[in-house]
Design a protein around this ligand. Structure first.
Ligand SMILES: [Zn+2]
Length: 128
């Protein structure tokens, strides 16, 4: 079974699946991981995929808004190395939770989901 999946206006995927089950999973991956056509903060369509490296050679995946500088960050599953956008409070690392403590009240009231679909403007000292 071949299928074309539209993620955004600029991004299409072609997948080839053996079964409906496999096709379903591939579509869900494309939609979860790559369907970021608008900034969650300001709704601009001006977003780009970015891979950053820090001083310890870790790489960071994020989708960044070129207009308001908000971003949504990605995590990796321990098993299988899949990536996923961090859109829930419990997906943030301890350090990220500290930096984004002002989003906790929203998450507590919204079944754990972060405001603005996980998009935020990075402030190293947001806690105060
Ligand atoms: Zn924006």
């Amino acid at each position: 079974m071949r299928c074309r999946i539209k993620a955004t206006n600029d991004l299409w995927f072609e997948v080839d699946a053996e079964s409906e089950d496999d096709l379903f999973k591939q579509i869900s991956r494309v939609q979860e991981v790559f369907s970021h056509s608008n900034c969650g903060k300001c709704s601009s369509p001006n977003v780009k995929f970015v891979c950053r490296h820090d001083s310890s050679e870790n790489d960071w995946l994020e989708v960044v808004c070129k207009d308001c500088r908000a971003k949504v960050i990605f995590g990796r599953t321990k098993k299988g190395g899949l990536i996923y956008p961090k859109i829930r409070w419990d997906q943030l690392s301890e350090k990220q939770q500290e930096q984004r403590i002002n989003e906790k009240a929203y998450a507590d009231n919204n079944r754990g989901y972060l405001p603005d679909k996980g998009w935020f403007i990075y402030k190293p000292n947001a806690a105060k």
